[in-house]
Design a binder for this molecule. Sequence first.
Ligand code: TXA
Ligand code: MG
Length: 320
Amino acid sequence: MTEIGKDITRAKQLLEAGELVGIPTETVYGLAGNAFDPEAVAKIFSTKNRPSFDPLIVHSGSIEQISQYTEEMIPELEELAQQFWPGPLTLLLPKKKVIPDLVTSGLEQVAVRIPSHPLTKELLLSLDFPVAAPSANPFGYISPTQASHVQDQLESKIPYILDGGSCEIGLESTIVGVEQGQLIIYRLGGVEVGAIKKVVGNVLILPQSSSNPKSPGMLKSHYAPRIPFELGDLDQLVPHYLAKGEKFGILSFNKSFDQISPEDQYVLSEKGDFREAAKNLFAAMRYLDRRDVSVILSEELPEKGLGKAINDRLRRASAK
Ligand code: TXA
Ligand code: MG
């Protein structure tokens, strides 16, 4: 059985010994291993059942630590780092040799982030190497936002999970890079597009629904529950499924439905708050995925602010 606790020293010792540890961040829980140690990195891929063409994000406690393993900061990205680190932002920077090719799936750039969760920040600052950490879920399944989610999913495959409570943001980091002077958002996430534009002006959002070779982790069927997940207008879907006589679950933004039992529905935010909805999203999907229903019906949020990133995850969950 994997142990869960708040012992930073234990997490540090395990990581130093080449073991993997579940770590809390403000976005989602990560499955962490020494990013300088190819064997630890290989263990991350095998534990998650992750294909080796899907690169990992490397986490550090400070910009100084990051400069050990990246070339000089790209000026456009420096402003974003100043503004949003520590926080839910990942930047693509040219890597030094000390980062094994396995971490970046052979790419020249490494994805880096300084998370803001206090336990993990303290852990990272105490280490003399960065940690590679993908979300701590089996490949293709819903990202974990509580220590118990990691325990449920990875069973006894890792010795320790550092328990930092529920993730404050609940969506993965926003990934930003630069190509030929053009700033690009590769993955929508916890930092809103509008907030990034305020700092750097124009930024291109890479089409999020396609799988593209630049950001291979953006496969469509990511974040998928096991039960079929259907996205549409709930006011039409609910009567349709009631008429069919099928047992279904509902994942709604802010309203509940009288026609089905409260246990089979999850309202992301009664007051229609995007932050609250983001924080609840993955736990809600996970909850409904355990109900005895044959389909989960859901709806998109207004396409603005964090709604964009939430809709991206909902669309991926419903992609076949
Ligand atoms: O919030 C987060 O970013 C969480 C926490 C744990 O920090 N981590 C996370 O990692 O979401 P993961 O492995 O689930 O997603 C990493 C994605 C890859 O699938 C890929 O799309 C992109 O980051 N990525 C990583 N390295 C890259 C690189 N060198 N170039 C382009 N994209 C990269
Ligand atoms: Mg992931």
